[in-house]
Design a protein around this ligand. Structure first.
Ligand code: ATP
Length: 252
């Protein structure tokens, strides 16, 4: 019997290096980065401050050109890419609902269809009743949920998250991790997420890349050995603690 053909990765990063020009001969942010990202895979990138995590994400988003090496994208045509940053960056003059539907509005989708799709996401992120509120009336966690809903509404083929919960307090952050897990388990998009939180990475990811201090190289590539569907309670299991220890060791 023949083996099934393993699905090709949707992103291939090969010998990637990024050097920023400066007057001291250049600052090397990333060096010799290699990894694949498969369809529907959730990859987290951990690493010390300044190890090039954001730079890596910017290269994947097409916002930063590699100095050497390449990033190959294998999608049918131009992929739909959504980005979420540490700040929600909501438009203050649009309501929650209008912020969430913005990408569809820009894509020319009819308002009724866009609103129906937004209503599903509002329910998934637990913001029913806040549809007509203004961004200034939201807490940081609520605003970030709106940013996630806005990212998911486009049904992205590649979702890039840069420390999306980094500005939130620890408890809200944990809650947001679960919200994102819930959204992803429903939508199963391909994700690359930069985070500083080992437990967040373990709760969410299929794989975790750990970068070294600058210039960032891949120090460790961990297949997260926790069953899916995942839940918050898994944070307290011995398996979780073991993997946490492995990652902590790799970072240190
Ligand atoms: N546009 C730029 N011009 C010059 N240097 C840059 C630029 N962007 C990033 N750097 C430098 O590249 C290195 C990597 O930065 P990057 O923001 O990618 O790291 P990071 O791992 O995301 O850091 P943090 O965890 O603190 O957010 C840093 O030394 C930073 O100062």
């Amino acid at each position: 019997m023949s083996e099934p053909v393993a699905e090709l990765p949707v992103v291939q990063v090969r010998s990637l290096g990024v050097t920023f020009e400066d007057d001291r001969g250049g600052l090397q942010a990333l060096r010799g980065i290699n990894f694949d990202l498969h369809k529907q895979e959730f990859l987290c990138v951990l690493g010390p401050s300044g190890s090039g995590k954001t730079t890596l994400l910017r290269v994947l988003a097409g916002l930063q050109a590699p100095s050497v090496g390449e990033v190959k994208l294998h999608f049918a045509g131009q992929p739909r890419v959504s980005l979420v940053f540490q700040q929600a960056n909501l438009m203050p003059w649009r309501t929650v609902l209008q912020n969430i539907t913005l990408p569809l509005e820009l894509a020319g989708v009819e308002t009724a269809a866009a609103n129906a799709r937004a209503a599903e996401l509002v329910e998934l992120i637990g913001l029913q009743g806040f549809e007509n509120n203004w961004p200034r009336e939201l807490s940081g966690g609520m605003a970030q949920r709106v940013a996630l809903a806005r990212a998911f509404i486009e049904d992205p083929e590649l979702l890039l998250l840069d420390e999306p919960f980094g500005a939130l307090d620890a408890l809200t952050r944990e809650k947001m991790g679960s919200e994102l897990l819930h959204l992803w388990q429903k939508h199963r998009t391909t994700v690359l997420m930069v985070t500083h939180s080992i437990s967040e990475a373990l709760l969410l990811a299929d794989r975790v890349l750990v970068l070294t201090a600058r210039p960032g190289r891949v120090a460790f590539d961990l297949n997260v050995d926790l069953p899916r569907p995942r839940s918050d309670e898994m944070r307290y299991t011995p398996r979780f603690a073991e993997q946490q220890k492995l990652l902590r060791g790799a970072i240190e």
